[in-house]
Ligand binder design. Structure first.
Ligand SMILES: [Cu+2]
Length: 263
């Protein structure tokens, strides 16, 4: 989503990490680590004003096995897979890197500061009876599009508290539905399918653009931050949440790494 990895220079100073939990009672016991990374000599490509927070997310322990999905009653979906598909509860890469972690600035952005949402929609696609993406973000006021690439009925349901819940039924392939934008920040809005119990996705709704989703190698980048002290939260659907405090001065880059305990 926010894919660029910037060179991390001088990122050790002033980074503090706290392991306190937050409103999510599912927070794991492990404390996040604040390990500075040694920056490769990559070109510093940040032309946008502001500071950058980069980091890696990983986990300790053994990742739970993702349940397999029985798609035998949905042949059109099943035929899209060479092997038995699984749920995507824990998507892990090499060296225990953890994907699908929603990392965002939880606090520290001045309350009065307004950010214009992109006019391009965030798209979720139902393909192979799974959601793509599985974890993603959107800004308040940004269009949200729901696509169906399967020749089967999907009925996506948004389970929201701060936002209005909704249902969208899409009985055939090629359907596209644009929803009115979300109106309030909410981490996370749960999306699920009323037809296929295994279909789940998680959407972080934010009032600013300071969020990212960790990639397969666990990396994330949040850029364009004005100077300030920020609470960064990392959210994972199974492993809970962790927070770190990062102070940005000028246009510097800082590192915030997170380590979850698998359970
Ligand atoms: Cu479905």
């Amino acid at each position: 989503m926010k894919g660029r990895i910037f060179s991390v220079v001088g990122s050790m100073l002033l980074l503090t990490v706290c392991s306190k939990g937050n409103q999510s009672s599912a927070a794991p016991a492990a404390s996040p680590t604040a390990a500075p990374t040694t920056a490769p000599a990559a070109p510093a490509a940040s032309s946008a004003a502001g500071g950058t927070i980069t980091g890696k997310v990983k986990f300790t322990g053994t990742a739970p096995r993702n349940p397999t999905i029985d798609m035998s009653e949905e042949a059109a979906c099943k035929s899209k897979y060479k092997t038995t598909p699984t749920e995507e509860n824990v998507v892990a890469g090499a060296a225990n890197s953890l994907a699908n972690v929603f990392v965002y600035v939880k606090s520290g952005v001045p309350a009065g500061q307004k950010f214009t949402p992109p006019t391009t929609p965030v798209v979720i696609n139902q393909d192979g009876c799974r959601y793509h993406p599985h974890v993603f973000g959107i800004m308040v006021g940004q269009p949200f599009e729901i696509d169906n690439s399967d020749p089967v009925l999907h009925n996506i349901k948004a389970i929201a508290k701060a936002n209005r819940p909704f249902n969208v039924s899409q009985p055939s392939a090629g359907m596209k539905t644009t929803r009115p934008p979300f109106t309030a920040p909410e981490v996370m809005v749960n999306l699920e399918c009323n037809v296929h119990g295994w279909m789940k996705a998680f959407l972080g709704v934010r009032p600013d653009p300071f969020y990212a989703v960790s990639k397969d190698d666990g990396s994330f980048t949040i850029s364009g931050l004005p100077p300030g002290t920020y609470t960064i939260e990392a959210w994972h659907e199974k492993f809970g949440t962790q927070t770190a405090t990062v102070t940005i001065a000028g246009t510097e880059s800082k590192t915030a790494n997170f380590t979850f305990a698998a359970h």
